[in-house]
Ligand binder design. Structure first.
Ligand code: PHE
Length: 359
């Protein structure tokens, strides 16, 4: 019996030693110590041997079991370490591989055009102001001299919102002009601001989108007159389009919040269905403007005897379409990668337009 214990020990030691991986080692463990394993069976059969021999045999079997268990454990750790090392070696990062090319986005024409206009007006001493997109009726209409029954309200195709604030019906602002009011309430003249931002009208076709962008301008001072309005806007048009002698025309118009009001046209030709800016006998309307109506000043608590000024507002998409030859307004919001790649601009390449035309 003792002989067989020695044989078993040497057999299993060899098997453990030769095990090439965890799976084989597990098979060896089961063969020795599993439910039907050799050592387990010997232990089960202890009852059948002579009592004198049984004690010694039991002790020896226990020692055998401990020895095999400890050999199995040592081998297991060894195999695990080896397989981890092999994996680490295989999965090693090759830092000499070239990096994947980075996909660079482009600047959307609306952002580009807004930045260009901000740069032009910034150079003229304007700062940027902003206001809420969800606006009180009073700021969007009433304070701008558009009372409740005024026909201009119908023209604005307003999105109304179910909310009210201080008894005021809320609207999605139909233009950036409410920021004129907010600015005059907050700041004493002199004021010289532009307001880039989103505006909303319930309208949708090739030249109208329910959401679009405007840039508003407001100048208030003691001696600001129509000549300043004209000079400022002529300069802006010529610099923006990069055409030094671009013809600019001021055509009488009407806005409730300016008096007198003028729409601004630039010279162009439409020959053969192709629009050319800066040449020919045709005119293209690009923005609305006028001297701030004294009623609007009074609505904001500005002394209209002492202060006067001008305001203007233009559509950013329209300016972008004209300058960059983009034919359909709806494509601005499609997020079509091909369109964005074609009409978009390189980041960090916002041209400083200042100095291109006669500033
Ligand atoms: N708010 C006008 C519009 O959206 C534009 C405008 C602004 C006209 C300021 C005159 C002065 O059409």
């Amino acid at each position: 019996m003792m002989d067989s214990i020695i044989v078993i020990k040497s057999e299993f030691s060899n098997l453990i030693n030769d095990a090439e991986n965890i799976e084989i080692l597990e098979e060896v463990r089961i063969a020795a110590l599993g439910k039907k394993g050799r050592i387990t069976s010997l232990m089960k059969n202890l009852g059948q041997i002579e009592p004198e021999e049984r004690k010694l045999m039991g002790q020896n079997l226990n020692i055998l079991k401990q020895d095999i268990t400890s050999l199995l454990e040592t081998k297991k750790v060894e195999l695990e370490t080896a397989s981890l090392n092999a994996r680490l070696l295989q999965e090693r990062v090759d830092t000499t591989l070239p990096s994947r090319p980075e996909e660079l986005g482009t600047i959307h024409p609306i952002s580009q055009t807004t930045d260009e206009l901000i740069s032009i007006f910034g150079e003229m001493g304007f700062s940027v102001a902003e206001g809420p997109n969800i606006e009180e009726d009073w700021y969007n209409f009433t304070a701008l001299n558009i009372p409740v029954d005024h026909p201009a309200r119908q023209e604005h195709d307003t999105f109304y919102i179910n909310a009210e604030k201080d008894g005021q019906r809320m609207v999605l602002r139909t233009h950036t002009s409410p920021v004129q009011i907010r600015t005059m309430q907050k700041h004493e003249p002199p004021i010289r601001i532009i307001v880039p931002g989103r505006t909303y009208r319930c309208d949708h076709d090739a030249t109208h989108s329910p959401m679009f962008h405007q840039i508003e301008g407001l100048v208030i001072d003691e001696a600001t007159h129509m000549g300043h309005l004209k000079g400022c806007l002529i300069e802006m048009c010529r610099t923006f389009f990069g055409i030094e002698n671009l013809p600019v025309r001021f055509r009488p118009s009407y806005f409730p919040f300016t008096e007198p009001s003028a729409e601004v046209d630039i010279g162009c030709s439409f020959g053969d269905g192709i629009l050319k800016i800066g040449e020919g006998d045709d005119w293209l309307e690009i923005l609305g403007s006028g001297m701030v109506n004294p009623r609007v000043l009074e609505n904001c608590g500005v002394d209209s005897q002492k202060f006067q000024g001008f305001a203007f507002g233009m559509g950013v998409e329209r300016m972008a379409m004209l300058k960059y030859g983009i034919p359909d307004l709806r494509t601005f919001y499609d997020s079509d990668m091909r369109w964005l790649k074609h009409y978009g601009f390189q980041p960090l390449d916002i041209p400083s337009l200042v100095g291109r035309a006669s500033l």
